[in-house]
Design a protein around this ligand. Structure first.
Ligand SMILES: [Zn+2]
Ligand SMILES: [Zn+2]
Length: 476
C-alpha cells in the first residue's frame, strides 16, 4: 500500500510540475525537471536498479566485468569478453594489434547492446582507448589505457598454450594527466586580487593533482611534460621564475610525502570517499574553528589584498607590537564575474506580491526582496517614523510589523504609536527600504542606530526595548 501510495504521489508530482519562464507559467511536459530535488532522488534510485540489471545481464551473456564505476551518467568499466564469445567473432587475417582493437570495440558494442536493452529511457554511447590515436581514452582529467606487464618469465611462456597465455597475461590500467586541447593556456593571473599566499597554495595543489593523475609507473619524462605545461601556463599568467620554481618544488615535495605515506601504509594516495570519513570530518571541523589560532592569535581582522601582502604585513607588524593578539588576513577581491553577471534570466525586477507593504506604497520597485536591509515605516497620519533593520528582506519584515499591528500585539511598535498618538485608532503606514547591506550585518546595525539618532525617528525613540545604544565620541 505504501509503495502504491508513493507511486501515485510521484506520478502526480512529475505530471504537474509548474515553472515560470519569461513571465509565463508553464507545465513541464516531458521528463523530470533538472534542478528539482525529486528528479535527482528518483534518478538515483532508478540508476541503482539499472546498475544491478546490467551487471547481471552482462555476466549472463559472457562479458566479464572487473570494474564498474558510475558517476551520475558516466559509467567506467574494465571488462573482457569470455573466450568462446571472442572466438566466434575472431578474424584470422588480422594482426595482433588490429585484433586487440577489434576485441575492444566488439566488447564495448556488446556492453552498449546490453545496456540499451534494459530500459528504453537509457541509451548508451561508448568510448574505448583504441578509438583514440594515442590509444588512450580521456576520462575527466585523466587519460586511461591498458598495458601488459612486461616482466614475463620465459620458461613459463613456453609451456603456455596460446589461449592460456592470452588469459593469464597480466594487464594493468595506466593513467596520466589530461587537459583538453582547447583548455585555457593560462592559470590564475599573477595580478588577480587573490592574495599571493593563496595563489601559491592553489597552484601547489595543481602540481599535486597532476602528479596524482599520473600512474606511478609512468616514466619521469611523462610527468615532467605535464609539469612543464603547468609552468608554461603560469608564465603566460605573469608568474615569474621564482614563483614557478617555488610552486613546482613545493608541490613535488608534498607529493613525495604522500608517496611515502602510501608506501608506509598510513594514507593511501588515492583514498576512497569512505576512508577514515568520520575522523577526517572531525579534523575538518576543528580546523574550521581554530585555523587562525596558530601562532597564539585570538581573533582575526580582514583587509583587502595588496601586492605582496604589503597592507597585511604592515598592519600585522603594528598589531604585534601591542598585546592584542589579532591575526591580519587578506581577503580575495571581487571577481569581474560577480560584478557583471546576473543570475536571473527573466530580468524581472518587479515584485508580484499584491500585498507587499513595500511595493504598495513606494516607487522604488524591486527592493523588497533584497536581504540584509534597513527599512522605514512612516505613519500616514502624523508622519512619525520608525527605522528598523533586518537580515531578511523588507517585505517579510514589514509584513510582520503590519500583522502585529492588526492583531494589536503588545510587542507591536506601530500599535503602541497608534495608542499613544491616535487614540487607539489603527492608522495606515508607508513602508520603504532605506539601504541594502547584503551580508554585512555590522554595518547594517550601525547604520540603523545612526539613522535613528540622526533622523530622530520618533516611533523608535518612544520604545524602551530593542536597539543598541551606540557609543560615540564627544569633543568637549
Ligand atoms: Zn514587493
Ligand atoms: Zn502617527
Amino acid at each position: 500500500m505504501i509503495s502504491e501510495a508513493i507511486k501515485i504521489v510521484l506520478k502526480f508530482l512529475l505530471q504537474n510540475h509548474m515553472y515560470s519562464f519569461d513571465e509565463m507559467k508553464k507545465r513541464q511536459r516531458k521528463g523530470g525537471p533538472i534542478g528539482l530535488v525529486l528528479t535527482d532522488a528518483i534518478a538515483k534510485i532508478f540508476m541503482t536498479w539499472w546498475d544491478r540489471r546490467i551487471k547481471e545481464k552482462a555476466e549472463k551473456e559472457g562479458l566479464e566485468i572487473f570494474l564498474y564505476k558510475r558517476y551520475v551518467d558516466d559509467i567506467n568499466i574494465v571488462a573482457r569478453m569470455r573466450q568462446n564469445e571472442r572466438n566466434t567473432e575472431k578474424n584470422e587475417d588480422e594482426d595482433n594489434r588490429r585484433e586487440e582493437t577489434n576485441k575492444e570495440v566488439q566488447g564495448m558494442a556488446m556492453f552498449q547492446r546490453i545496456g540499451n536493452s534494459i530500459d528504453e529511457s537509457i541509451k548508451l554511447e561508448t568510448d574505448s582507448p583504441s578509438r583514440h590515436k594515442d590509444g588512450k581514452m580521456p576520462l575527466l582529467d585523466v587519460k586511461v589505457w591498458i598495458e601488459e606487464k612486461k616482466e614475463t618469465n620465459e620458461t613459463e611462456e613456453k609451456e603456455d598454450t596460446e589461449e592460456d597465455s592470452e588469459n593469464n597475461r597480466e594487464r594493468k590500467i595506466m593513467y596520466e594527466h589530461y587537459r583538453k586541447e582547447m583548455a585555457s593556456k593560462m592559470t590564475i593571473h599573477a595580478r588577480s586580487a587573490i592574495p599571493y599566499n593563496q595563489q601559491k597554495n592553489i597552484l601547489t595543489q595543481e602540481v599535486i593533482r597532476i602528479m596524482k593523475n599520473c600512474s606511478q609507473d609512468l616514466p619521469w619524462e611523462t610527468k615532467v611534460k605535464h609539469l612543464e605545461d603547468l609552468s608554461l601556463r603560469m608564465q603566460n599568467s605573469g608568474h615569474d621564475k621564482r614563483m614557478r620554481k617555488t610552486v613546482i618544488s613545493s608541490g613535488l615535495s608534498a607529493f613525495r610525502k604522500m608517496e611515502e605515506n602510501q608506501a608506509k601504509g598510513t594514507t593511501p594516495l588515492h583514498r576512497t570517499r569512505q576512508w577514515k570519513r568520520k575522523e577526517r570530518e572531525r579534523t575538518k571541523r576543528t580546523k574550521k574553528e581554530t585555523w587562525y589560532q596558530k601562532g597564539g592569535y585570538e581573533s582575526t581582522i580582514f583587509v583587502p589584498a595588496t601586492p605582496n601582502g604589503e597592507l597585511r604585513k604592515r598592519m600585522q607588524r603594528k598589531i604585534d607590537k601591542t598585546d592584542i593578539r589579532i591575526k591580519v588576513i587578506e581577503k580575495t577581491g571581487n571577481t569581474m564575474k560577480r560584478a557583471l553577471h546576473k543570475t536571473s534570466i527573466t530580468g524581472k525586477t518587479e515584485c508580484d506580491d499584491d500585498e507587499c507593504p513595500v511595493c504598495m506604497t513606494s516607487k522604488k520597485k524591486g527592493m523588497c526582496r533584497k536581504e540584509g536591509v534597513t527599512y522605514e515605516i512612516v505613519c500616514c497620519k502624523c508622519g512619525d517614523k520608525y527605522i528598523g533593520e533586518s537580515a531578511r528582506c523588507a517585505r517579510t519584515r514589514t509584513k510582520e510589523h503590519l500583522n502585529d499591528l492588526k492583531l494589536k500585539r503588545e510587542s507591536s511598535v506601530l500599535w503602541r504609536h497608534c495608542r499613544e498618538k491616535h487614540d487607539g485608532e489603527i492608522e495606515t503606514f508607508k513602508c520603504s527600504v532605506r539601504d541594502v547591506f547584503g551580508q554585512d550585518a555590522t554595518l547594517r546595525q550601525i547604520t540603523e542606530a545612526v539613522d535613528i539618532r540622526r533622523e530622530s525617528a520618533s516611533i523608535n525613540n518612544k520604545m524602551e526595548w530593542g536597539n543598541s545604544n551606540l557609543p560615540s565620541l564627544v569633543v568637549q
